[in-house]
Design a protein around this ligand. Sequence first.
Ligand code: UFG
Length: 329
Amino acid sequence: MKVFVAGGAGYIGSHTVYELIRAGHEVVVYDNLSTGCRDAVHPGARFYEGDILDKDRIVQVLQTESAEGAVDVAMHFAAKLIVPESVSMPLAYYHNNVEGLRQMLLGLMESEVTSIVFSSTAAVYGEPQKGECLEDDYTLPINPYGETKLAAERMIKWASEAHGLNYCIFRYFNVAGADSTLEIGLNKDQLTHLVPLIMQAALGQIEKLSIFGSDYDTFDGTCVRDYIHVTDLAKAHVKGAEYLCKQNSSLLVNLGSGEGYSVKEVVDAASKLLPLAYEFVPRRPGDPAKLYANITKAREQLGWQPELGLNDILQSDLDYRRKLLGSNS
Ligand code: UFG
């Protein structure tokens, strides 16, 4: 396959590019480098700088690439994805995540690319009663990030009906960890996600971890989430793209591990690798109490199965952060 990867210099995009190349596919990366990093792009991929909102640039790149052989599938990772940031900057999230997708779809249609793998999120489920989420469950986001991704999913479905687009929509749960080579990982100045912050506390890069809320309706009072290793997630994208190339149909599936862990359980598991200081602080706005995936559909429809667990996630993030520390000293 030849795959066009918008956002391929970012965290999940760069890991997916690595897995596509390992599986023998040809990869074209398109990224504006606003949060992505040029060094994270696998040397085997071709890189074009450009913005998701710039439809003309997308068409130009797709036409240049098509001259050498048709692009089979597009992937879209070029989105804003921080829940608390979305609460304080909702309009920026609508602009990038909804209008950006619209521009990309226009560019794909103009270039006759008819398959898309799209990154959505468990945040579309909002605050599920039972915690476990199935793809057919009711969706009612409780933060602007989830709202923009739900709007994007619906845009793709309507475009599919009207214009014959095939899609594979993935609803991600909590993605963490780093590639086994440690060449890529989550490398940002301002980290907001739990796993890297735990490791920063363990390595003394921040004084202590703040645990947001201890009074949720969960077994230990802290939020329950489903942590999936970024390499497992990336491999699912390869399967999703292959599915679209083989079948003339579309798919929407959850990507998680299928297991829920509380924040406190994750902290305790990490403390076994390296002790860390933490404190309980008030709840953070926009956080649901429990969110974990039912992954039966991904198993059945894609033949995909997560291979790595919570300890692999924690260990690989720790190793990656140690490597960054070493290269900065
Ligand atoms: N948390 C802390 N302290 C921190 C950071 C996080 O206690 O310093 C807690 C949060 O309150 C939450 C859990 O750890 O309960 C996970 O928080 P993250 O910020 O790591 O991730 P989110 O659950 O907010 O969001 C992530 C993705 C979303 C996705 C969601 C699905 O960023 O894209 O998982 O579960 F929608």
